[in-house]
Design a protein around this ligand. Structure first.
Ligand code: MRU
Length: 358
């Protein structure tokens, strides 16, 4: 998708310099900086510090991290250790483990010079596949937006939480892909963008990328969605997910659950968009999903531009106060109207998912 009119992807490999290029998302929306990842440590830090974030992009970065590990030290035990460190770098998004497992299946036991090419091709393939899947999610979700538009004959108002846009994937995004497809088709859409405290992925990333593509959007405080739904100013919600169980239960950015409850109370359709790499076929009970707990400093401090246009971090809480920073929550399947996947839209249930995927 576009930044200042130029097409970008969120991650790519530079053949000449043998480095992985990313957009440093910790600097957006104020600075657009392309950063080099040169070592496996760089890749792990980029995931941990959220220079890259969003489930599919974390997976792709892990895949490229293994490429960097091979360039650094072509040794199987180094590769295994690197894969473990990558999987542990963030716990909730299943795409991380999915990508590492897929890479290791190709790379374990390969001791010849071909290993680098194998790794590079697989990492590229993971990215290409994600682009294709996200595009298909867009085409499948477009039908739902078209249906609402044909009944309403006016702007379709869509609420989204966090950033499940192209910046969270390789291109297109998951939740935003149907929106981009609708916009390109000339359907009038407007997006209510949840700010998404504490890291403000909605305000800093979703609104930014929608602006760059010319999609009308308004940032709202996280607690505003409820009254907008009561006032019938939300036609549908679309969010992303970091891990969807085969039962249809959905783990996503903290606050998603409360939006789903409000949507349910107001009969607003609540959709979750995801590529199949985000499905966890193993865990059956949502209580077993590891929920990331991040540094409370992400709550107590806030970053923005100062009067000299420098990025500055300031404390906004009482110095003595404690804070807890749970990064994800679970939305039970009963509150999800449907899952929008690359293979079609299905019920958020074992039967629904099985019809599409098994
Ligand atoms: O903490 P983040 O920014 O990595 O969380 C991202 C989300 O919760 C997204 O909604 C999710 O990964 C879906 S991305 C297409």
């Amino acid at each position: 998708m576009k930044v200042e009119g130029k097409e970008y992807r969120t991650i790519w490999f530079d053949e000449k310099s043998k480095v992985v290029k990313i957009i440093d998302q910790t600097k957006l929306p104020h600075q657009f900086i392309i950063k080099d990842l040169k070592t496996i440590k760089d890749a792990i830090n980029a995931i941990k510090n959220m220079e890259v974030r969003g489930a599919p992009l974390i997976g792709a970065t892990a895949a490229y991290g293994l490429v960097l590990a091979i360039i650094e030290n072509n040794d199987q035990s180094f590769l295994k250790k690197s894969s473990e460190k990558l999987i542990n770098s963030r716990p909730t998004a299943i795409n991380l483990k999915w990508a590492v497992d897929r890479m290791m299946k190709k790379l374990l036991g390969v001791n010849n010079n071909e290993i680098l090419n194998l790794a590079l091709n697989e990492a590229k393939e993971i990215c290409e596949e994600d682009v294709k899947f996200c595009e298909n999610i867009g085409l499948n979700g477009l039908k739902i937006i078209e249906e609402i538009y044909s009944k309403k004959k006016d702007t379709v108002n869509i609420l989204t939480h966090c950033n499940a846009g192209w910046l969270a994937t390789i291109n297109w995004g998951t939740a935003t892909s149907p929106i981009y497809h609708a916009h390109k088709k000339g359907i009038k859409v407007h997006v209510w963008v949840d700010e998404t405290r504490p890291r403000n992925q909605g305000a800093n990333l979703t609104s930014y990328e929608l602006n760059e593509e010319g999609v009308s959007n308004t940032i709202i405080a996280d607690n505003t969605g409820g009254i907008l739904m009561q006032r019938r100013q939300v036609d549908m919600c679309i969010v992303g997910t970091d891990r969807t169980l085969s039962t249809g239960d959905v783990a996503n950015k903290i606050g998603t659950y409360l939006k789903a409850l409000a949507a349910n109370d107001n009969n607003v359709p609540f959709y979750v968009a995801l590529p199949s790499s985000t499905i966890d076929w193993e865990i059956k009970n949502f209580k077993d999903i590891p929920i990331e707990e991040r540094n409370p400093e992400e709550l107590s401090h806030i970053e923005g531009l100062d009067e000299n246009n420098n990025i500055k971090k300031i404390l906004i809480y009482p110095k003595k106060s404690k804070a807890i920073n749970l990064a994800f929550d679970i939305t039970p399947a009963k509150y999800v109207t449907g899952l929008i996947t690359e293979k079609g839209v299905c019920k958020a249930s074992t039967e629904g998912l099985k019809k599409l995927f098994k």
